[in-house]
Ligand binder design. Structure first.
Ligand SMILES: [Zn+2]
Ligand SMILES: [Zn+2]
Ligand SMILES: [Zn+2]
Length: 172
């Protein structure tokens, strides 16, 4: 199998890049493919995986790529309270939300119950036309819940005082 810069077996992303007026590059297609398979990845995670395959890629080029793809709405940037870095996903324009475990940082998609933005009505807008309500559900996942109950010194983490990250989060 050859390793062309633009994989012929994935014409969809090339077409979508062209449709928004972006040049099709191996780096852009590789980032889109990675994010499609691994939603909610950080730029650092993308770089770590792509570096061995694309020697020309660098932290700066990944930064530029995710910036350009976000600008053209081919990917969506999310900033969640229990994540240290911005994360990216190819699921865009559907106003979906996220649920995040405050212990291990796990992130999952949640379809918007309303379906259109903004899906919450503010009590006061201060004259600002509201475009979107960013909703993040924060909680404790079943794995972390089980670990907490196994722990002799168990205590329930709360939103106010999240428990320290477990070892699992170190190699996410
Ligand atoms: Zn968890
Ligand atoms: Zn998502
Ligand atoms: Zn919603």
């Amino acid at each position: 199998m050859t390793s062309p810069s633009i994989p012929a077996e994935h014409p969809a992303w090339a077409d979508r890049l062209r449709a928004v007026g972006l040049r099709v590059t191996g780096g852009r297609v590789a980032v889109l493919e990675y994010l499609e398979a691994h939603p909610h990845s950080s730029a650092a995670e993308v770089l770590e995986v792509l570096e061995p395959q694309l020697p020309s890629i660098s932290a700066q080029s990944v930064h530029n790529i995710v910036h350009d793809l976000t600008e053209h709405e081919l990917i969506r940037r999310i900033d969640l309270p229990d994540s240290t870095a911005a994360r990216y996903e190819t699921r865009t324009r559907d106003n979906h939300h996220h649920v995040q475990c405050v212990v291990c940082g796990r992130i999952e998609d949640v379809d918007c119950a309303v379906g259109h933005a903004p899906c919450l009505t503010p009590s006061q807008t201060h004259g600002i036309r509201v475009l979107v309500a960013e909703v993040t559900y924060r909680g404790v996942c079943a794995d972390c819940e089980a670990e907490i109950h196994d722990d002799d010194h168990s205590h329930h983490p709360s939103i106010a005082a999240p428990a320290a990250p477990t070892e699992r989060s170190a190699h996410v």
